[in-house]
Design a protein around this ligand. Structure first.
Ligand SMILES: Cc1ncc(C[n+]2csc(CCOP(=O)(O)OP(=O)(O)O)c2C)c(N)n1
Ligand code: SF4
Ligand SMILES: [Mg+2]
Length: 302
């Protein structure tokens, strides 16, 4: 079945009243993952925009059509270790244990429990929607925020000009955990995204599966709300967010860009990058090129 038919036929597990901002990448990611995971799923959404948008519900009503819980910002993968193991003991391997978590919950606060669950190869699908900051609490920087970005804790000024450090490359770190499946995905490349969710769900029956998904945020980043997919597409085209996976056959780059878009072009029109200096742009370009060369080496393409 083509990915379009999969999405056309699968029931939306998120209720229509979810209240993410218009054009939010995170909501599209949440809806897509749950459409594919389907009814037989236990969902965990730690505090963040997707929990705040109503997936875990308000006034004792749930915002999704499947069982859902809101763990702490830092213990999602531990809590789901218990949930997943309990279902296995009951002989219910058919139940999907799925986490949809922000980058703050993944790369910073919850990294310890995530790393532990990945290393133990727990039977969980963990999806990180990476909007590069703590958006739900007012756009603070996280360890995945791009260097030079304006956030509420890395302002543009004379002392610092946006975030000082480069972003932590979480998917590559996770891929070194001996887990079952690890991949990056983007809402700009839906076929690839859908296939990776399907692969991740299948892998989560054998062990830990991790998906790191690029999640543009119009409100925090400062661009028009109809530009979500365009921004995500430029991130892939510039190798800012390369699409790759690691499975039992090793690393594979899923989309090779012949003539990558310069980072200078990617950052245009996004307000959080509006004061980047030439030096900062060069530094980001260098980071992107180095990271991509490392991926090529791992995929045996140098
Ligand atoms: C230990 C802890 N610190 C702070 C908070 C407050 N808090 C709730 S949501 C949130 C932002 C989470 O960011 P992220 O995981 O990236 O999700 P996003 O809001 O970007 O969707 C924060 C800091 C919390 N719930 N727990
Ligand atoms: S602040 Fe950003 S991530 Fe949060 S709901 Fe709005 S667009 Fe989505
Ligand atoms: Mg975030």
């Amino acid at each position: 079945m083509s990915y379009i038919d999969v999405l056309r036929e699968a029931e939306d597990q998120v209720t229509p009243g979810a209240s993410a901002c218009q054009g939010c990448g995170g909501e599209l990611i949440l809806r897509t993952v749950l459409q594919i995971a389907g009814k037989n799923t236990i969902l965990g959404v730690p505090p963040g925009c997707m929990a705040g948008a109503g997936s875990v519900g308000w006034n004792f009503n749930s915002g999704v059509r499947i069982p859902v819980t809101i763990p702490l910002l830092d213990n999602c993968a531990s809590l789901f270790t218990g949930i997943s193991q309990m279902y296995q003991r009951k002989g219910r391997e058919d139940v999907n244990a799925v986490i949809v978590a922000g980058d703050g919950a993944t790369a910073d606060c919850g990294f310890q429990s995530l790393s532990g669950a990945a290393e133990r190869n727990e039977k969980i699908l963990y999806v990180c929607y990476d909007n590069e900051g703590y958006m739900n609490t007012g756009y603070q920087r996280s360890s995945t925020t791009t260097k030079g970005s304006r956030t509420s804790t890395t302002p543009l000024g004379s002392v610092i000009n946006g975030k000082v450090q480069h972003q932590k490359y979480v998917p590559l770190i996770l891929s070194m955990h001996g887990l079952e499946y690890c991949a990056t995905a983007s809402p700009s490349d839906m076929k690839d995204f859908v296939e990776k969710v399907q692969k991740g769900l299948a892998a989560s029956k054998k062990g830990f599966a991790y998906l790191h998904v690029f999640s543009p945020c119009p409100t925090g980043w400062g661009y028009a709300s109809d530009q979500c997919i365009a921004v995500a597409r430029k991130a892939v085209k510039s190798n800012m967010f390369p699409l790759w996976e690691k499975d039992e056959n090793g690393y594979k780059i899923n989309k090779v860009i012949k003539d990558p878009m310069p980072i200078r072009e990617f950052v245009q029109g996004i307000s959080k990058f509006k004061k980047l200096t030439d030096e900062q742009i060069d530094s980001i370009q260098q980071m992107v090129d180095t990271r991509y060369a490392e991926l090529e080496r791992l995929a045996g393409k140098e």
